[in-house]
Design a protein around this ligand. Structure first.
Ligand SMILES: [Zn+2]
Length: 463
C-alpha cells in the first residue's frame, strides 16, 4: 500500500515545482511527473492548485507542564491533534523537571506522558534545572538515548532557574557531548526586583507583567548567555526572542564568533503589549514571558526572519485557561500562569500574515517553520524537507481557503483563542504523518498513539 499525491506544487526551503509524490510505507520513495496510480491499490490525492509543504516543526512547546502550581491544559492527545490540524507534524516539547526532581525521572515522566497519546512525532529539549555530578551523569545517559538538546532558564528564580556556575557547567558538558543548549534569556534578578517595586506601587493587573520585564531585561539575559557561550565555546539557541534589543545582542555575539541560533514566536510577530492591557482581566490571556512588546518590534522581527537573522518561529505553546487558571493572578500579576496558546494556528497565521502580506516568501515560510529547526536539531533530512528517503510528513495546503480562528472551533484544549476572529487565508487540506493521512479538511482522522519519539544522533549543525 502506498500514497500518491498528484499535481501539487511542491515547495521546500529552496525549490518549487509541480510534480507527483509517491510514498511507500512511511517514506517518500519517488518524485516525478505523471506517476501512474499503483496497480496494487493505495490512495490517490489530487493536489492540483495546492501547495505541498514538508511537515512543519514546532521547536518549542509545553504540552505537559507543571508550572506555577497548576498544569497546562493540553495533553499529548489534544495537543498533537491540534498541531496536526494546523500542519505541524513534529513538536519539540520542553522536558522541565523541577529542581528537586531527578533529570532521569523527569525524562521518563515526559516520555510516559507522550507514549500512546501523541498523534505526531516528537522530541524533547532536556531541561537542566540543577547541575551537579549526579545530574550530569543522568544527562549523559539522556543524551545517549537520543535527546541532543538541553533547555536552561536564566529566569524563573527558585523554580526552573539555574545559577551562573550551573550555567557554566551545563555549557561545558553540552560542548563536550556536542549538544545544543536552548535558553530562556531574561535577567531573573531584575525581574524579581521590578516585580516587587511595581506591586509595592499598587500595580497588580496584567499590564504590570510587561512593565516588570522590559526589553533591556531580555537583552541583558541574551548578553549574559552570549558571554558564557563565548567562554565555553558551546553552541546555543535563544528561545522566544521578542524584541530588537535582544536580537542586537545576539547579532553582536555572532560577529564575535559565538554560535547562536535564534527563535521567535508567532505571538511576538502579531500581538503586542496593548493586548495585555485589555480591561476586565482580558489582558491575562496575553501574559507570557518574555512579554508581548511594543508593536514597533514586529517589523524588526519580520525583517530579521526574511533576512535570515532569526532562524525559527515556534509557539512556546502553554495553555492555561481563562476560567480558572489565569485568575490565580487576579490580584497579583506575578501569579498569572504564563503562556499564550498558538500551536494549532502558527502556520495559518504565518502564511496569511507573512506570505500573503508580502513580508516573506514561501521558501522562507518553509525554512523558518520547518527546515531550519530540522537542521539545527539534527532531524534533517528525515524531517524538514521533501526528498527521496525523507519521512512522508506532508502538508497539502489550500491557498483558497478562507476562514476565521476561534475558540469555538479550535482543537486545542483551552477556553480562549488569542487570535479570536482573526482571518486566515489558507489552511492544510490534507496532512500526513509518515505516510498515513492524519488530517482531512480541518478534521483529525489520524491515529492517537502513532506518534514516535525521535531519537536524534550526535553532533550539532548549529549555524
Ligand atoms: Zn517555553
Amino acid at each position: 500500500m502506498g500514497l500518491l499525491i498528484k499535481n501539487g506544487e511542491i515547495v521546500t526551503g529552496d525549490s518549487r515545482y509541480v510534480a507527483d509524490i509517491w510514498c511507500e510505507g512511511e517514506t517518500i520513495t519517488r518524485i516525478d511527473h505523471n506517476i501512474d496510480p499503483p496497480a496494487g491499490g493505495g490512495e490517490v490525492i489530487d493536489a492540483s492548485g495546492k501547495y505541498v509543504f514538508p511537515g512543519f516543526i514546532d521547536p518549542h512547546t509545553h504540552i505537559y507542564l507543571p508550572f506555577m502550581g497548576t498544569y497546562s491544559k493540553d495533553d499529548y492527545e489534544t495537543g498533537t491533534k491540534a498541531a496536526l490540524v494546523g500542519g505541524t507534524t513534529t513538536i519539540f516539547d520542553m522536558c522541565c523537571p523541577s529542581r528537586s526532581m531527578e533529570p532521569g525521572d523527569g525524562f521518563e515522566t515526559w516520555k510516559a506522558q507522550a507514549k500512546e497519546k501523541a498523534a505526531c512525532d516528537y522530541s524533547f529539549h532536556m531541561g537542566v534545572t540543577r547541575f551537579d555530578d549526579n545530574s550530569a551523569a543522568q544527562l549523559r545517559k539522556i543524551v545517549a538515548e537520543g535527546v541532543q538538546s538541553f533547555k536552561i532558564f536564566l529566569a524563573y528564580k527558585g523554580a526552573f532557574g539555574i545559577d551562573d556556575s550551573e550555567l557554566y557547567q551545563t555549557l561545558r558538558l553540552a560542548k563536550e557531548l556536542g549538544v545544543l543548549t536552548t535558553a530562556h534569556c531574561e535577567n531573573e534578578t531584575l525581574v524579581a526586583e521590578t516585580q516587587k517595586k511595581l506591586l509595592a506601587e499598587g500595580i497588580t493587573g496584567p499590564e504590570g507583567h510587561h512593565e516588570s520585564r522590559p526589553p533591556r531585561v531580555e537583552a541583558e539575559g541574551v548578553n549574559h548567555l552570549m558571554t558564557f557561550a563565548e567562554m565555553t565555546g558551546a553552541p546555543v539557541y535563544i528561545v522566544h526572542l521578542s524584541c530588537r534589543e535582544a536580537l542586537e545582542e545576539a547579532i553582536r555575539a555572532r560577529l564575535r564568533g559565538v554560535r547562536v541560533s535564534v527563535e521567535t514566536l508567532i505571538q511576538y510577530l502579531l500581538l503586542d503589549k496593548s493586548h495585555a492591557e485589555r480591561p476586565d482581566f482580558e489582558g491575562s490571556k496575553y501574559v507570557m514571558s518574555p512579554p508581548l512588546r511594543d508593536k514597533k518590534n514586529q517589523e524588526a522581527l519580520w525583517n530579521a526572519l526574511r533576512q535570515g537573522l532569526i532562524d525559527t518561529v515556534g509557539t512556546d505553546h502553554a495553555p492555561f485557561d481563562f476560567a480558572v487558571q489565569k485568575p490565580m493572578g487576579r490580584d497579583d500579576f506575578t501569579k498569572i500562569p504564563n503562556g499564550i496558546p498558538a500551536l494549532e494556528d502558527r502556520i495559518n497565521l504565518l502564511y496569511t500574515y507573512g506570505v500573503r502580506k508580502g513580508r516573506f516568501d514561501l521558501h522562507t515560510l518553509v525554512g523558518v517553520a520547518s527546515t531550519n529547526a530540522a537542521k539545527i536539531f539534527n532531524l534533517f533530512p528525515q524531517k524538514g524537507t521533501i526528498q527521496l528517503g525523507s519521512d512522508a510528513d506532508l502538508v497539502i495546503y489550500d491557498p483558497d481557503y478562507r476562514g476565521k480562528l476561534s475558540a469555538g472551533t479550535h482543537l486545542m484544549n483551552i477556553d480562549y483563542n488569542a487570535f479570536e476572529g482573526w482571518a486566515i487565508e489558507g489552511r492544510p487540506s490534507v496532512v500526513t504523518v509518515r505516510g498515513e493521512i492524519a488530517v482531512r479538511d480541518g478534521k483529525f482522522v489520524g491515529t492517537v498513539g502513532r506518534g514516535r519519539f525521535l531519537e536524534r544522533s550526535s553532533g550539532t549543525t548549529c549555524a
